[in-house]
Design a protein around this ligand. Structure first.
Ligand code: ZN
Length: 135
C-alpha cells in the first residue's frame, strides 16, 4: 500500500465508496465530479489526482458496449417498434453513464494514489555536456 501508517482500502473499494484512497473514510468529491482539495479525515491533499478524460472514456465505452449489446439482442429477438429504443436505450445510456462516472473516477484517483502515478519528470545528473568539453 502507499502509506504504511494507514490501513488503506483497495482502490476498487475506495472507488466504489467514493472515499479517500489513504484512509477510506473522508469524502473524495466536493460536488458531483469535482474532487475536494483534501481529505476531511486524514488531510491527504488530492493535488495529485488528475484522471483527465480517463473516467469518461472508460464509462462511455463500457456502458455503451453493454447497452448497445442488449439493444441489439432485443432488436433481433423481439423486433420492437421504433419508439421502444428511443424511450429505453437513450435513458439507459444517459443514466448508466452518469451513474458509473463518479465511482470510476474515484477508482482511477485511488489507483493513481496507490501506484504513485504521475507525470514523468526529468532529473539531471549534472553531466550532460561532459564529452563536449573535452573536444
Ligand atoms: Zn483520508
Amino acid at each position: 500500500m502507499a502509506d504504511p501508517l494507514y490501513d488503506s482500502p483497495k482502490p476498487i473499494v475506495s472507488g466504489l465508496r467514493c472515499r479517500c484512497p489513504r484512509c477510506g473514510q473522508g469524502k473524495l468529491f466536493q460536488g458531483f465530479l469535482k474532487i475536494a482539495p483534501a481529505c476531511d479525515r486524514c488531510g491527504l491533499s488530492y493535488a495529485f489526482a488528475d484522471p483527465a478524460d480517463g473516467p469518461a472514456f472508460f464509462v462511455m465505452t463500457g456502458v455503451g458496449v453493454v447497452i448497445i449489446a442488449i439493444f441489439a439482442w432485443v432488436e433481433i429477438v423481439y423486433r420492437p417498434p421504433i419508439w421502444v429504443p428511443f424511450v429505453t436505450v437513450f435513458p439507459a445510456l444517459l443514466f448508466g453513464c452518469l451513474g458509473a462516472l463518479r465511482p470510476v473516477k474515484a477508482w482511477l484517483v485511488a489507483s493513481q494514489y496507490v501506484h504513485k502515478a504521475e507525470e514523468g519528470r526529468f532529473e539531471s545528473v549534472g553531466r550532460h555536456d561532459f564529452d563536449s568539453r573535452r573536444m
